[in-house]
Design a binder for this molecule. Structure first.
Ligand SMILES: [Zn+2]
Length: 209
């Protein structure tokens, strides 16, 4: 016979579970490009800049109206969206299937790590730019705001596992935790990782610290 629980007891258990587990909403990234100012000037004309199509969850970032075609030696992907604002370095983020379509050997890397990554040509409305390197498959990661990091004793650069429930439930290993004051809590995975787990934008997953 199950013991009857009072409303207060149940509430207490729920609070306990919630405070021990970090639940994070998922943001699914499709292929996209970051550009520096010089590149933006060539692709879309000097001083044109990037125009906002829609803000994304991280503060100050947005999907731009501007798109480029990606041209490799033996492949092509058209109308790839640029993610603003302007950055200090060009970077192209694709999925593994995209890499195959481009016939490029693209490593899985943290953002900004371009050592031994392939290059590609960006073609915009007004011009084209060849990148010597900077094409990556972005490593999955979680953006953690500093105050929450403190609460859960998370340090920048720490790795975690993420448990994804549901019909296609799986356990993602090697998930990088990135901590910064202005981050909004969100796990970034690409379309293929999301599809593998049967999850979509805004779904919640559980971080195992
Ligand atoms: Zn991210």
């Amino acid at each position: 016979m199950l013991k009857e629980h009072t409303r207060e007891e149940i509430k207490e258990v729920i609070y306990q579970v919630l405070s021990e587990n970090l639940f994070v909403p998922v943001g699914v990234s499709n292929r996209h490009v970051h550009v520096d100012e010089a590149t933006c000037d060539i692709l879309f004309g000097k001083g044109h800049g990037l125009t906002v199509k829609a803000p994304v969850k991280q503060h100050g970032q947005f999907a731009a109206n501007e798109t480029v075609d990606l041209i490799s030696e033996n492949g092509k992907i058209e109308r790839v969206r640029i993610l603003g604002p302007i950055r200090s370095k060009n970077q192209v983020e694709v999925s593994l299937a995209d890499a195959r379509q481009l016939r490029l050997d693209v490593p899985i890397r943290d953002s900004g790590d371009h050592v031994q990554t392939p290059g590609i040509t960006l073609v915009g409305a007004e011009g084209s730019v060849h990148m010597e390197d900077g094409v990556i498959v972005a490593a999955r990661h979680i953006h953690v705001p500093s105050d929450l990091a403190k609460k859960y004793h998370i340090v920048d650069g720490q790795m975690a596992k993420v448990d994804i429930g549901g019909q296609r439930g799986l356990l993602y290993d090697h998930v990088l935790l990135r901590v910064r004051e202005d981050y909004v809590l969100e796990m970034h995975i690409d379309v293929e990782e999301a599809n593998a787990a049967g999850i979509k934008n805004g779904d919640y997953v559980r971080v195992i610290l």
